[in-house]
Ligand binder design. Structure first.
Ligand SMILES: [Zn+2]
Length: 160
């Protein structure tokens, strides 16, 4: 199952040998630090008496190859939408601009609306690349990780 991975002794993690990005299936990954490493757990032994609870589990870290472009895409994805930032900015304008008179107010608002449409167009274009998996999709569609799930590995640290 893990034949496609190298075990990194010092970092205690499985690093994929495959360099092709698992998110866009096009680019080659240049830097292993860009890979998405996730931790998986598996319960080894659970004792559950009324007064005594103990839990032993295994832990492993496994990487999913990822190229620079996809790293940027995922980081962008997790950040707040530019539209939201813009709404906050517009609210400030509406309160501040009237102090400079009606003309400045109208000019300021019109300019902002134009900016809004440009931003909106840019945002929708950027969020829809032809074929690129989100961070979550990449993890769940990964064959090795699916196999690991079948053999009892889970995402969350088990609790006693
Ligand atoms: Zn990629």
């Amino acid at each position: 199952m893990l034949s496609k991975y190298n075990y990194n002794e010092s970092l205690k993690r499985f690093e994929p040998k495959e360099k092709r990005c698992s998110y866009c299936f096009q680019n080659e990954s240049e830097n292993i630090n860009n890979y998405d490493f996730i931790k998986l757990y598996r319960v080894k032994d659970r004792t559950n008496f009324v007064i005594y609870r103990s839990l032993k589990y295994e832990e492993m870290e496994i990487g999913i190859s990822r190229c620079n472009t996809c790293v940027e895409f995922h980081e962008e994805d997790s950040r707040k939408s530019p539209i939201l930032k813009y709404a906050a900015y517009l609210l400030i304008l509406i309160f501040v601009l009237p102090a400079f008179g009606v003309k400045v107010f109208i000019a300021g608002i019109s300019l902002s609306i134009v900016l809004f449409f440009v931003l909106h167009k840019y945002a929708t274009k950027k969020n829809n690349p032809k074929e690129r998996l989100t961070l979550k999709q990449g993890i769940t569609s990964n064959e090795t990780i699916q196999d690991l799930f079948i053999s009892g590995w889970i995402f969350d640290k088990p609790s006693a």
